[in-house]
Design a protein around this ligand. Structure first.
Ligand code: FAD
Length: 350
């Protein structure tokens, strides 16, 4: 049976950064387990929809970026209070970090020609299907749906339609931001329908509550996320999982009832937006607290916050939103590229 001082489950924004910090600042033995062999910069996945080769730019193989951490390519199927079970291994840990992210489910029974978008393989699948379809239907007008529409509208001749169940796009942001996105997309030929939901999908036909019928479209489903941790053994973790699937953490990001088990990233129940930047902040707090547990020093409290967001609309335009403050145009578009370059540089060189 293998044993490590620290095991990290999930190598996304939170898990990969935890590994990078801990291997630099400690002599702990570390293992990182992920179903995929690489870290990927998810915020740039909408670009893969247009250009399948873009995925190469935003992937960094774990065996290249992790210096001392043992990388294990496997799926975790069960976690108890001191043991992790993957499809092929049993691993003991002293500290555990759970950061398996969220899922972007397609809430339709018939999923023919319907895609979701979280990882680059899904972006590549959409890119391939775009060769067969002229009409694209994006269901969901949040940030992900709007960014995909921006890419398609600025770089293809596809006829893009968006259905949004609310009365404005990116509705958790200020009205000025919503209006900019709507004006930008409609000027580029995107048709947006508000307060509209899909009610039925049979073969190639999709119907909505407003009586619209869409036929022969490729559908990109972006209606939100779900939280699932089926691998957490209920015998040990029934008090640590919220009804909706979030993992309950305390102010130090320790999983409810366990001093040596931490969780971070999208999966935890902190009251803030699910963003890569917040996953990054969780990683810094978790790594710090593990180092401080080791040296028996005081732990650091995590303060939830919703920081600024950068939303892209095609390769060069975008929005910067911080509270009610909104900047639109070229500068936020460039910022998105700089953030991508900075994160990939840090992953490869930290
Ligand atoms: C299209 C898109 C665009 C986005 N744009 C932005 C943006 O512009 N700015 C921003 O801040 N945020 C953005 N986000 C959100 C951001 O990507 C997430 O908040 C961030 O990825 C969360 O990081 P995480 O570490 O919690 O999980 P993830 O990055 O989702 O990583 C989780 C990892 O866990 C692995 N895993 C899951 N289950 C298991 C298992 N059982 N066994 C082994 N491994 C497992 C997965 O393979 C994955 O690598 C975007 C998200 C999407 C989908």
């Amino acid at each position: 049976m293998e044993k490590y001082d620290t095991v990290i489950v999930g190598g996304g924004f939170c898990g990969a950064l935890c590994a990078k910090i801990l291997e630099r600042k400690s002599s702990l033995s570390i293992a990182l387990i992920d179903k995929k062999p690489y870290f990927e910069f998810i915020p740039a996945i909408p670009k893969v929809v247009i250009n399948k080769n873009y995925s190469k730019k935003i992937k960094a193989p774990f065996i290249e970026i992790l210096r001392k951490t043992k990388f294990i390519l496997d799926e975790v199927t069960k976690i108890t209070k001191d043991t992790i079970y993957t499809r092929s291994r049993t691993i003991k840990f002293k500290y555990l970090i759970i950061c398996t992210g969220t899922e972007y489910p397609i809430k339709l029974k018939n999923k023919k020609n319907v895609h979701t978008l979280k990882f680059s393989n899904e972006g590549e699948a959409i890119n391939k299907d775009l060769e067969k379809f002229n009409d694209v239907l994006i269901v969901g007008g949040g940030i992900v749906g709007s960014e995909i529409a921006g890419e398609l509208a600025t770089q293809t001749n596809k006829k893009v339609t968006m259905l949004h169940s609310r009365d404005r796009l990116i509705n958790r942001n200020p009205e000025k931001a919503s209006q900019y996105v709507l004006d930008f997309l409609t000027k580029k030929g995107v048709t947006v329908y508000f307060n509209e939901k899909v009610t039925e999908h049979t073969e190639n036909t999709l119907k909505t509550n407003k009586g619209h019928v869409y036929e022969g479209h490729i559908v990109i489903w972006c209606t939100g996320i779900t939280f699932k941790v089926p691998f957490l053994d209920k015998k040990y973790f029934s008090l640590s999982i919220e009804e909706d699937g979030h993992v309950k953490v305390n102010q130090y990001l320790q999983v409810n009832n366990y001093e040596n088990i931490f969780a971070g990233g999208d999966i935890i129940n902190t009251k803030e937006e699910k963003t890569a930047q917040n996953a990054d902040r969780h990683a810094k707090t978790i790594a710090y607290n593990i180092l401080h547990l080791e040296s028996k020093k005081r732990l650091k409290k995590y303060k939830p916050r919703t920081g600024p967001l950068v939303i892209s609309l095609g390769p060069w335009k975008g929005l910067f939103v911080a509270g009610n403050f909104v900047i639109t145009g070229l500068i936020p578009g460039l910022m998105k590229h700089l953030i991508e370059m900075a994160v990939m540089f840090r992953m490869k060189n930290l």
